[in-house]
Ligand binder design. Structure first.
Ligand code: GUN
Length: 287
């Protein structure tokens, strides 16, 4: 039997439609338009594509998009100055600094300079601490999108064995916190985990966020498990460039109960959740 394919593209369109409805009501009833500022330093081509998509979708749901493109040689003082101005600007409800930053800039310092109430990425140390202690936080967009898909597909997650492969601050660690918050038994595995296959095979929920193309074969998937593939890896195959996940889709789809495809799974949910977080920040700022 082959797995149900979890359609992240369709789910993200539903989330964006809901956000657009709220934004329209905010404008009609209170004359408020949520604003999202995106800061891009340098010319990383992948980051430029993300930023362009974010800007386009922000406008499509009726919000205002502020794009700040700075040269790669921007100094820390200049970047911190811009963040200070965005923090103070009442028209800006969300601030996102695209990562990775050029090497001469200290990402932790820059992220922690963002007003936590406007930190729609959920990367500020205050939001990390709030999430870790089960308090009301801005939640990182990619893990939030994964959680929404899991709840939609499985209903209550309580008591399920969840394995998160990957320990990044952006995905792995917050994903584990969210699953714990939903009463899963959570294991964080990574490249040094002993017998990773055996650990993965215990999972009712397997989240792959390692950034290694097709690293997790179907043989590591427990029959019937729900597999969430966060990886977006560009590979060359048969003379063509192809996007693949961290899971070997062809073998995993034969074993899993449900699986997210790449592309069209987790990816579209990330921007949808960014817009949802911006709406949340705007509503909180306006009581
Ligand atoms: N670079 C890759 N993913 C992300 C993300 O979710 N947020 C930011 N700010 N940068 C990223």
């Amino acid at each position: 039997m082959t797995a149900t394919i979890i359609d992240g593209k369709a789910f993200a369109a539903k989330v964006r439609a809901q956000v657009a409805g709220h934004v329209a009501r905010l404008r009609e009833e209170q004359g408020i338009t949520p604003g999202l500022a995106v800061v891009l330093v340098g010319e990383d081509p992948a980051s430029e594509v993300y930023v362009r998509n974010k800007g386009k979708q922000t406008v499509e749901v009726g919000m205002t998009s502020y794009e700040h493109k700075l040269p790669a040689e921007t100094s820390e003082a200049e970047l911190l100055g811009l963040i200070g101005r965005l923090n103070a600007d009442p028209a800006v409800h969300g601030i996102l600094v695209q990562l990775p930053l050029p090497k001469h800039l200290d990402s932790d310092l820059v992220i922690n300079a963002i007003d936590p109430a406007k930190d729609v990425d959920g990367f500020h140390i205050s939001n990390v601490g709030l999430l870790g202690t089960g308090q009301k936080a801005m939640v990182p967009c990619t893990p939030l999108g994964c959680l929404m898909m899991l709840r939609d597909h499985l209903g209550a997650l309580s008591g399920l064995d969840a394995v998160v492969v990957g320990r990044s601050n952006i995905v792995g660690k917050p994903m584990a916190q969210l699953l714990l918050g939903d009463s899963c038994t959570v294991t964080i595995a990574h490249s040094r985990t002993k017998d990773l296959g055996a650990v993965c095979r215990r999972a009712d929920i397997l989240v792959a966020a390692v950034g290694r193309p097709e690293m997790i074969p179907g043989a590591w998937v427990k029959p019937g498990a729900t597999v969430i593939d966060v990886g977006i890896n560009r590979i060359e195959r048969d003379g063509k460039t192809k996007l693949v996940g961290d899971v070997d889709f062809a073998s995993a789809v034969e074993v899993a109960g449900a699986i997210t495809p790449v592309p069209g799974g987790v990816g579209p949910m990330t921007i949808a959740c960014l817009l949802a977080n911006t709406l949340t920040a705007c509503c909180r700022a306006n009581g």
